[in-house]
Design a protein around this ligand. Structure first.
Ligand SMILES: [Zn+2]
Length: 332
């Protein structure tokens, strides 16, 4: 990884590649979440308790920043509604399904690190209405306070990509960084892509949510895969958008994986369950097929950033493809 701005290059190790091809037969079938249909469409799911995962140097939990709703058809691409409603949740009268925007909180090596920042609290009322964005039960400031984290203590913010539901909480309405002492890490090719967005994903990029960060000098523009801090790996995938960086934390035994919009919910772990939002759907399929064998064999704990019903879980093979195994409640 190459760093364009000063600061963190001393931590950064050379590129490496994830090895291993998957040749298993992921069919179109997905082991449905048996209780997904029992939930009302936009039920506010409040976890009964939470766990803070601790392993190696890492302490990891999840923060809720809001609930929102996206068109269920767009979230599941070519998968028929009868199947995705069974795999995830029923749609509301406008065909929206319940979504969350969760932020990973990582404490390690004396640093306080956030991955993504959720939706934008100062978004226009019109857009909030379209996406049914609701801050009644959750907000980034409220969740940080509950976790005992002051904005000034945050040392690093990893932005997986610059879609508004990931970068929306990065800044205050005043144009100042929400985390005044943090370095914000973004991929160079994602920034380039966002600045010349295509007709397909132009609506997902709102320059007012990230350009002032670049101007402030707080954006650490990195280029390619690498180890940001010991045991914290940033690895790019390109099917959803150019150079979306996933985050993998590992102490050599336990691995927590934050795939962002490669697997936005637990219903997207199956290879064919891709989003219509993806710029390059076949690339998404290749990326899932490449990663799933390691995720399964090494028992990674996968965090689902947008899942309104589930926080994280391991993935297991079944005779029909893959399914969610052991689940973890990580939200505070
Ligand atoms: Zn996205």
């Amino acid at each position: 990884m190459r760093s364009e701005s000063s600061g963190r290059s001393e931590h950064i190790s050379p590129k490496y590649t994830v090895k291993g091809l998957f040749n298993g037969g992921f069919g179109r079938n997905f082991d449905a979440k048996s209780d997904a249909l029992q939930r009302s469409p936009l039920e506010r799911f409040i976890p009964m308790n939470h766990q803070e995962l601790q392993f190696g140097p890492f302490s990891v939990s999840l923060l809720e920043t809001c609930r929102f709703g996206l068109d269920g058809g767009a979230m599941f691409g070519v998968v028929p509604k009868t199947l995705w409603e069974r795999a995830y949740a029923s749609a509301d009268e406008r065909n929206r399904i319940p979504m969350a925007a969760k932020v990973l909180l990582v404490r390690a090596h004396g640093r306080t690190i956030l991955v993504d920042t959720g939706n934008c609290p100062w978004m226009s009322p019109k857009l909030r209405e379209i996406y049914d964005i609701c801050f009644d039960d959750h907000s980034i400031s409220g969740s940080l306070a509950r976790a005992g984290v002051d904005a000034a203590q945050v040392t690093d913010v990893v932005l997986t990509h610059l879609h508004f539901d990931h970068v929306g909480g990065a800044m205050l309405e005043t144009g100042e960084p929400r985390f005044p002492n943090a370095a914000y890490h973004v991929q160079k090719r994602q920034l380039d892509w966002a600045r010349a967005a295509t007709e397909k994903d132009r609506a997902s990029f709102m320059p007012e949510m990230f350009e002032p960060l670049v101007g402030s000098g707080r954006m650490n523009i990195v280029d390619g895969d690498g180890e940001l801090f010991p045991g914290m790996y940033l690895e790019c995938v390109h099917g959803h958008t150019q150079s979306m960086q996933t985050v993998r934390l590992s102490d050599g035994q336990t691995t927590v994986f934050f795939p962002a919009d490669l697997m936005p919910t637990s219903a997207h772990i199956s290879v064919p369950y891709g989003m219509a939002y993806d710029n390059f759907p076949l690339t998404t399929i290749d990326e899932k097929k490449r990663l799933l064998p390691r995720i399964i064999d090494e028992q990674w704990i996968v965090v689902f950033e947008h899942d309104a019903l589930r926080d994280a879980g391991r993935i297991v093979r079944t005779d029909r493809g893959v399914a969610l195994g052991e689940e973890f409640v990580l939200c505070r």
